[in-house]
Design a protein around this ligand. Structure first.
Ligand SMILES: [Zn+2]
Ligand SMILES: [Zn+2]
Length: 396
């Protein structure tokens, strides 16, 4: 089995970790005086470049400290007042793909989104837009506020421009970066959440949707990983490798859900010890632990003969992965499979490989739904998405 490593053709390596320029644009501060001679100013954002672009706005203390986000409505909609007098409104532009970079203050993860971030995809921390600014955006905010302070302190009336076009032009350029410089970086998995439609670009493959906190493991399994395995099965296998990979994909996803549960759900030390650093290779044991500790029934809705079959495939996976595909005494004792002798090579068929692939998806769906009963997603974006896209069906 050795030469046939799991292959998931994700077709994304060339697109990882490259700098994505700012979308450009210009912030114009028009500074004047009212009839009583007091300083007043107007702030506008203009954008003329032929790239995707968007902006959001935050309020920041004049010293450059981000305080809160503010919704930018349509033209003519009133601005919400700042939380403190003297706060500045700061426009933050997207990258040239119309996306925004974010950084988690808890785990330091970086990701990009498009429609508004509420959660860290990696650790699940909930926050407001100002909590998830990147270090580069924070430095931009500080410089922006400094420019505001200077403009308002100047004797002369007039227009002061923060030129983000120059920032956009400087991306990928070895020359010294202009002030206000920031750019974003593409990550490894760009996906649209099947629950809320939100765009995410995250490090690695798996995580929470940053908009609604739905985990993407099930959609990855059902849209990419299992279909790729089924393609290999249809192409003639080797079926043993397909069984191994289907079971491995499931047990690694169990590991990720359990890691989040251990991290987010209060547990006794005893239960924590039972779950931490363990592998999920024995289906009967995994199902029992999840049921007892979290009331999660991954076997829900499976026929008894399917449960028996899945247990057997989990035992076989171990043989395919670690024993070169040959049965040994331990496999026979653990699985109760008396159809083979020690040293005999095990074999799968197209049918058995497809069957376990289907069961893996069923169990993953059970795990996913029960997980989100414990750690619920944000209902707002999901309901909105369903209203606008009545045909959208979550991958579960
Ligand atoms: Zn985090
Ligand atoms: Zn989502």
């Amino acid at each position: 089995m050795g030469g046939d490593a799991p292959r998931y053709d994700r077709g994304m390596s060339k697109d990882e970790f490259h700098e994505i320029a700012h979308s450009g644009g210009q912030v114009v501060l028009r500074v004047g005086r009212d009839k009583d001679g007091r300083r007043v100013y107007q702030q506008t954002w203009q954008h003329q470049r032929p790239v995707a672009s968007g902006i959001f706005a935050i309020y920041a203390l004049a010293q450059g400290v981000p305080v809160c986000g503010l919704p930018l409505g349509g033209i003519g909609s009133p601005m919400p007042p700042p939380p403190f007098p003297g706060c500045y409104m700061v426009f933050i532009g997207s990258d040239s793909e119309g996306k925004y970079g974010h950084e988690c203050p808890a785990c330091k993860s970086y990701w990009r989104d498009q429609a508004g971030t509420n959660f860290c995809p990696n650790c699940g921390m909930q926050g407001e837009v100002q909590d998830f600014l990147t270090a580069a955006q924070r430095s931009y905010v500080a410089q922006y506020c400094e420019k505001m302070r200077d403009a308002l302190a100047a004797d002369a009336d007039g227009d002061y421009v923060i030129d983000m076009d120059a920032v956009a032009d400087a991306a990928g350029n070895a020359a010294q970066k202009p002030p206000f410089y920031y750019a974003e970086q593409s990550q490894q998995n760009k996906f649209e959440c099947t629950a809320c439609g939100g765009f995410n670009d995250i490090l690695g493959i798996y995580g929470y949707c940053s908009r609604c906190r739905t985990r993407n493991d099930l959609q990855e399994l059902s849209q990419k990983i299992v279909p790729a395995i089924r393609e290999r099965i249809n192409a003639g296998g080797p079926y043993e490798a397909c069984v191994r990979d289907a079971v491995a994909a499931f047990d690694s996803s169990v590991g990720r859900y359990v890691e989040q549960l251990v991290h987010q759900v209060p547990l006794t030390q005893g239960r924590r010890n039972r779950l931490e650093n363990r592998r999920f290779h024995n289906l009967a044991v995994v199902a029992g632990e999840l049921k007892e500790i979290f009331d999660i029934d991954i076997l829900d809705g499976l026929k008894p003969e399917d449960v028996e079959f899945a247990k057997l495939m989990f035992h076989r996976r171990h043989v395919y992965e670690h024993k070169g595909g040959e049965a040994d005494e331990k496999y026979i004792a653990d699985s109760g499979d008396i159809s083979v002798r020690p040293k005999q090579a095990l074999h799968e068929s197209q049918e058995s490989a497809h069957r376990i692939a289907g069961l893996v998806l069923k169990m993953a769906g059970n795990l996913h739904r029960a997980f989100h009963e414990i750690i619920p997603p944000f209902a707002g974006p999901i309901e909105q998405y369903r209203k606008w896209n009545p045909k959208s069906v979550p991958s579960s």
